[in-house]
Design a protein around this ligand. Sequence first.
Ligand code: 1CP
Length: 341
Amino acid sequence: MENNLFLDAAFSKQTERPPVWMMRQAGRFMPQYWEIKNKYSFLEMCKTPEIAADVTMLPVDLLGIDAAILFSDILVTGEAMGGDLSFTQGVGPKFANPVRSEADIDALATDCLDKLQYVADAIKVIQQRLNGSIPLIGFAGAPFTVMSYLVEGGSSKDFKLTKLLIHNHPELAHKLLAKIAKVTTDYLNLQIEAGVNALQLFDSWALALSWNDYQEFSHQYNQQIIAGLNRTNLPIISFCKGSSVFAPIMAEAKPDVISVDWNADLLNIKKALPAGIAVQGNLDPHILYADQPVIKAQIHKLFERMRGENGFIFNLGHGIMPDIPFDNVKYAIEVVKEFRY
Ligand code: 1CP
């Protein structure tokens, strides 16, 4: 690899500056994304390896980040299991056949890797394009977060149906989570075989859960998945909104990196973790709407706090919003790349 900053930091080795990539770096805030998006549906983009590679490469070529992330979505596992998935502009993801009964859970497939082969094909094309320059991060949704979309039928503000399921019918929730965890493990192993250099597990909506429910309905499945990966020298990043609170539990699943939301003081989180677990984060993405001197000052403030710490990857506390100015994202990355410890 020409640029080892990301992998070195993920394995808690010393780096001359923090490596940088951004969640949702290949997305709607980029005018170049829209040039492609206007011609195809989102799922067509994900399922056509050459197009998925074109989009993955946009932030590599235009922003100069230190790691690329596969262009796909966390909900493709739900689709492969039998979910009737669509993405509509302005509406977001929808499953037309939400999971509402035990029969619906039983109907979901767990031997469905053939339906995700397009992801392996995309990874191979992307690695040819990257040509050893920077690492490629693969990813999947964590079972709790994917379950919430399958049960709600789409995005949710309060996760009412998901919470009713886990509280009134915990045995059914576990049956569903176990099926998603099995598919997710197979799917991430497929990505490893296809050639990714790191993996991130997105448990975006774990913040909705109480401490006890997080342990029972999220953590134990994430732990199973991480333990089930066939990997050598390939770091696992565990992300959730709620990591400010759940980081000590997340650490028990033994990821190499914990990706932290923007609420926490990153150094305090890191110091409370076992040695050898790196942190990723945790700029509030809303800072990227602000004036450039503010962006610079906020990034430097975080870096001063983390000075002297090995195992720090700069990222946002959550994904880039679609209306964040492209020039501000580019500027933030320049600020990181000019910094030296
Ligand atoms: O650049 C990248 O980050 C790579 C591509 C990527 C990733 C990692 C996309 C493309 N989606 C994701 C992960 C993802 N998808 C998450 C986890 C990250 C996070 O918490 O932000 C989640 C929750 C989803 C679900 C999803 N897919 C949403 C969010 C809906 C909600 O409930 O708030 C949306 C809008 C999508 C569609 C989607 N996925 C990706 C893009 C570029 C888009 C927009 C599609 C379009 O152009 O209409």
